[in-house]
Ligand binder design. Structure first.
Ligand code: PLP
Length: 376
């Protein structure tokens, strides 16, 4: 008998929730273009506006501040290319921020992180002082390590130096609460598929009064901030997932308990947890297994029916050196043995026990049976 597959890659994408699936399915039957003035058009528009309210409510924003996009990548690109200021980023941002920052006309400055993966606020202050009126882009939580950044403190420092602040909050909803006023940022990126919504839809939250050039021009959709007919079914699913995101976040302590158990068992075997000294998302563990490459671990675990990933492999499927671990000063040899295990609302105790058992067996094949193992 084949054991069922275990999915421990929730930072890459999450299972679509029942409510989001129902909303997408219902919206697929809508005929009208949301920009059309007739009744079918108005019905599609109504679905979008309801979702706009749901997404806004999730992050404490106004509905008019939500600009729907094709996902987190587009929202991040849109900010970095739509605001004509010098860009300041942390060294551990997602590639959709770092790659966009490299191509901005006013240039970009990277702020280092400490060994735990947290932005160096002293270095940030220096960069802010020497680049007055810049745009700071700082993520809420890192997709590889789960390390949560001190966004509120950084935003306050940036505003005092005349800078604007963007936060890539893609990894937040469904895991920790995200409130744009509490974070004190001007722009916020969200992506539906990271918390039970469909892939290919996200939002940029643009605080009232913030002006940015649209990344797509043509029609007047999204208040002239993002042209193109909206993805109505995707947006409907995004709204439903947003409405259910507090239920998912309420599961955080159960998930943190499972993650802690997993880490305790793996560290007993000799694993190191990256970013362990910093505040982290409750579901994420970035683990090294000295002597066995990430790729080998992922393939072996996959053969055992367990899906995990190496760092940010969600973007291309490739396993390459992690810029996040490099920025934390992790030696390349050790970084090349890191895997990311990310739990979610569907994860059970039995899943974690099976992961521990499979991972420990792999470790023992390499390092001999001398190591003790605690698989439950
Ligand atoms: N930002 C972070 C922190 C992410 O983890 C991801 C996806 O992995 C993105 C942005 C990109 O989001 P999307 O997949 O919606 O383009």
């Amino acid at each position: 008998m084949t054991a069922s597959r275990i999915y421990l890659d929730h930072n890459a994408t999450t299972p679509v929730s029942a409510a989001a699936r129902a909303a997408v399915t219902e919206a697929l039957d809508l005929l009208g273009n949301p920009s059309s003035v007739h009744r079918p058009g108005a019905a599609a528009r109504q679905v979008i506006e309801r979702a706009r309210e749901q997404v806004a409510a999730m992050v404490g924003a106004q509905p008019a501040e939500i600009v729907f996009t094709s996902g987190g990548t587009e929202a991040n690109n849109c900010v970095l290319w739509g605001i004509d200021r010098h860009i300041i980023v942390s060294a551990v941002e997602h590639d959709s921020v770092l790659a966009a920052a490299q191509r901005t006309p006013r240039g970009a400055t990277t702020v280092p992180v400490d060994a735990a993966g947290v932005i160096d606020l002293g270095a940030l202050q220096h960069v802010l002082n020497t680049n007055e009126g810049a745009l700071l882009s700082l993520m809420l939580a890192n997709n590889e390590t789960g390390v949560v950044q001190p966004v509120r403190e950084a935003a306050a420092m940036a505003h005092a130096a005349g800078a604007m602040v963007h936060c890539d909050a893609v990894q937040g909803p469904g895991k920790i609460s995200v409130d744009i006023a509490a974070l004190g940022v001007d722009l916020l990126t969200l992506s539906a598929h990271k918390f039970g919504g469909p892939m290919g839809v996200g939002a940029l939250v643009v605080r009232t009064g913030v002006v940015l050039s649209p990344s797509q021009v043509g029609g007047g959709q999204e208040g002239y901030r993002r042209a193109g007919t909206q993805n109505v079914p995707g947006i409907a699913g995004f709204g439903a997932a947003a409405a259910g995101s507090s239920d998912a976040a309420a599961d955080a302590s159960r998930i943190a308990g499972l993650r802690d158990r997993l880490e305790a068992a793996c560290t007993e075997c000799g694993a190191e947890v990256m970013g362990a000294g910093a505040p982290r998302l409750p579901n994420t563990s970035c683990l090294t297994m000295p002597g066995i490459s990430s790729e080998t671990q992922i393939m072996a675990l996959d053969l055992d029916g367990i899906a995990v990933s190496a760092g940010a492999a969600c973007s291309s499927g490739k396993v390459g050196p992690s810029h996040v671990l490099a920025a934390m000063g992790v030696a390349p040899d050790l970084a090349a043995t890191a895997i990311r295990v990310s739990l979610g609302r569907t994860t059970t105790e039995a899943d974690v026990a099976r992961f521990i058992s499979a991972w420990s067996a792999l470790y023992q094949r390499k390092h001999g049976a001398a190591t003790t193992r605690r698989a439950s």
